[in-house]
Design a binder for this molecule. Structure first.
Ligand code: SF4
Length: 724
């Protein structure tokens, strides 16, 4: 699709730096060195991985955080040259015998939150980076002109190349660079490209696309590290792409201590997927597209900026619609050996709008978050319109969750009369106007019009609308669905206190990959007390963090479960799968491993990330509160739509008789009750996590975890003495 052929584009490259290194095997999951690329002075260097790094931070997200911690200071902003993009797979990552082992994690100081953020993606980059000789890639500095970074693991060569002619959008640059570095079709699966599209030049919630070559379709596909604006940092550094090439991979490239133990885990899991997936979530048929009707049924599907949790037209987004649209019969794994294969795509989709109008393209997904966000949450119930937005979000490098919530917020402001067509440049932002939403996306990519404002995110718009249009800041705060500056994942959390905590207390911001407790809490009622909820908000974020330390996908953990799982002591933890993961780590490292050893790895990194946020001016109690829309009904309309539920709660839970009260009085009493409950939850969670009343890990806690490094101790002393 590119206008120029790869050889013509390559001729225009100018070599800015070249670095040669010795290629050597990975040992027990580690390459034992990391790669540092500085784009300001065009230098490339190798850094050793120390034993302390492995002991304290394990790998993956842990390594990324540690490397970034050493590169920045308390005053670093996202657009400073010393801010880095750090990308890593993880020690277990790259195996092919267990599903979901090819993830990469990206860490940076976020343009969206101002704090440290992590985000993960599938595709082949993380494993290929490690097998090429690097446990992590640190990119710092800012290039003068557009560049690509090429890591050739076959040749042992890293280059920084000025690349003036390549297109920016991911569906163009991914294939062209894959062809450039693997001219022979059979070699294309050995190349992975990280890129961000035009939108990343303008939006604070821009993402990064990680590619792999789909040998069956003969096409380059992408998975997204969506959250927190990593793509914006990427383009600010003037990176067009990072390419890795490695062709020597085998099933034992990690050189594990005990391959048989890893195979044992893989055999058990793969058999279970074959038998149980078709009768459980059917991830191989429809992926997370199975979720919209379930969420609608339980009043959890966000509708009209999370005002409601269900809608009669949600049937248009039901599972069979997606099953029909996704191409079937192709094993859609985003890494070798992923038998869960949920990375579905819509082939040959004809675009109706934008610069690629009329072209037939492959669309990855849409996945649940996109269906709910770009669908019901903005009042759109047309699967084809959602698919169009999904394609453009991906190729422009725009996070679908943040985009959806930002549009939903703008639409609510529009229907409430806070903004009008004079402000929107003539766009009618009524609920369900898919054409207007798509146009905002194109404007965002071009960096113009009202789309440019929407592309800065909900927090920015809250302040902007209050300042420019004298809107009530309290109302905007109540309906603006972001926490810590990041837009909330697509689940209505009003009826789940534990999920409110899951969003409010998440390290990087309200992303469901840290804690998803709605079903345990609201649907099954399994964690009724504050202590139960706090225990869940201790364990599950740590458990989910563990996947990102190792380059693993979370989905095979609990999107398919053993037939007898319900009969186990703790079915929510899926004990048999936890045992699989102990086998994987023991098989890799040769160290006897128990479940608590895995949690200990996570707890060190989790607390370190909280302290990293503290160092950057965040990471305290004041940053852990959701907007009220995530906790309860904001408007009279929301209350009356579920009046029976709320009246009953007032009477039975809060001990308040609502008889004779106006809706406004009932709203206020319910709000007071729910906010008090949230405070109590936060107190209980902090205590369980070993944090003080302000949400700061105590010295005792960091000593217990062994992360009492001099810088960390000094930070805690300074912040607690200051009463930060
Ligand atoms: S379960 Fe899905 S997202 Fe996870 S690795 Fe497999 S294909 Fe990729």
């Amino acid at each position: 699709m590119a206008t120029l052929k790869p050889d013509r584009l390559k001729k225009a490259h100018k070599l800015l730096a070249e670095f040669s290194y010795d290629t050597r095997p990975v040992e027990r999951g580690y390459a034992n060195r990391t790669l540092l690329v500085n784009l300001s002075d065009n230098t490339v260097a190798s850094k050793p991985v120390t034993q302390q790094m492995k002991d304290l931070f394990t790998g993956g997200r842990g390594f990324c955080l540690w490397l970034l911690w050493n590169a920045v200071n308390e005053n670093t902003h996202w657009d400073d040259p010393e801010n880095e993009l750090v990308i890593a797979g993880g020690p277990i990552g790259g195996i092919t015998t267990y599903p979901g082992s090819g993830k990469s994690t990206v860490v940076t100081v976020s343009p969206l939150t101002g704090s440290v953020v992590d985000s993960n993606a599938g595709g082949y980059f993380g494993p290929y980076l490690k097998f090429s000789g690097w446990d992590a890639l640190e990119i710092q500095g800012i290039a003068e002109r557009d560049v690509i970074i090429v890591i050739d693991g076959d040749e042992g060569r890293v280059t920084i190349e000025e690349a003036p002619l390549e297109d920016i959008d991911s569906h163009l640059i991914g294939p062209v660079l894959t062809e450039m570095y693997a001219p022979d079709e059979k070699d294309r699966r050995f190349v992975s490209v990280v890129s961000a599209g035009q939108g990343a030049e303008h939006s604070r919630y821009a993402l990064l696309n990680f590619s792999w070559y789909d040998v069956r379709r003969k096409q380059v596909r992408v998975k997204q590290a969506g959250r927190g604006g990593t793509g914006r940092v990427f383009r600010h550094k003037r990176i067009k792409a990072v390419v890795v090439r490695y062709s020597g991979m085998s099933g034992t490239s990690n050189n594990p201590a005990d391959m048989d133990l890893i195979r044992k885990a893989g055999r058990r899991m793969n058999k279970e997927i074959a038998e149980n997936d078709p009768v459980q979530n059917n991830m191989r048929g429809v992926g997370t597209g199975h979720l919209p009707p379930i969420m609608d049924h339980f009043d959890l599907l966000p509708v009209h900026n999370y005002r409601y949790g269900a809608h009669p037209d949600a049937k248009n987004l039901d599972t069979p619609v997606w099953e029909e649209l996704y191409t079937q019969g192709i094993p859609d794994g985003c890494w070798y050996g992923c038998t869960l294969s949920c990375a579905h795509g819509i082939d040959d989709f004809q675009l109706k709008t934008g610069p690629y109008k009329g072209q037939h393209v492959l669309v990855d997904g849409p996945e649940y978050e996109t269906i709910a966000g770009e669908g019901s949450n903005i009042g759109v119930f047309d699967p084809l319109a959602i698919t169009e937005m999904n394609f453009y979000c991906d190729t422009y490098g725009i996070d679908t969750i943040s985009f959806a919530n930002s549009v939903a917020f703008a639409m609510e402001c529009y229907v409430e009369g806070i903004i009008n067509q004079e402000v929107t440049g003539g766009l009618d932002l009524s609920w369900g106007n898919a054409d207007a939403a798509v146009e905002l996306l194109h404007q965002m990519a071009r960096g113009e019009g009202f789309g440019l404002i929407v592309g800065q995110g909900v927090r920015y718009m809250k302040h902007y609308f209050a300042r420019q249009y004298s809107a009530d800041p309290d109302f905007l705060h109540d309906i603006g669905m972001e926490i810590k500056g990041m837009e909330i994942s697509e689940y209505v959390s009003k009826e789940s206190l534990a999920q409110q905590g899951g969003f409010g207390l998440a390290s990087k911001g309200p992303q469901h990959d840290e804690a998803w407790l709605i079903f345990m809490d609201m649907v099954k009622g399994e964690i009724p007390t504050f202590e139960d909820k706090a225990e869940a908000l201790h364990y599950f974020p740590l458990w989910r963090t563990w996947f990102s330390l190792h380059g693993l996908c979370k989905l095979p953990w609990n999107d398919v479960v053993p037939t007898n799982n319900k009969k186990t002591d703790e079915p929510n933890k899926v004990p048999e799968h936890v045992e699989n993961y102990t086998w994987l780590y023991e098989g890799l490292s040769g160290k006897p491993t128990k479940p608590e050893d895995l949690i200990a790895q996570s707890e060190r990194v989790y607390n370190f990330q909280r302290l990293f946020s503290l160092r950057l001016g965040y990471g305290t109690r004041e940053h852990d509160y959701p907007p009220y829309r995530a906790m309860g009904p904001v408007t009279a309309d929301e209350y009356t739509s579920r009046a029976e539920r709320y009246d009953t709660q007032l009477k039975e839970d809060a001990g308040i008789d609502p008889a004779g009260m106006t809706v406004e009085e009932k709203l206020a009493r319910l709000r007071h009750y729910r906010e008090t409950q949230y405070e109590e939850l936060v107190n209980t969670v902090y205590k369980r996590r070993g944090w003080d009343d302000n949400g700061i890990p105590t010295l005792e806690k960091v000593r217990e975890l062994g992360i009492d490094l001099p810088d960390i101790v000094a930070l805690i002393k300074q912040k607690t003495a200051d009463g930060a």
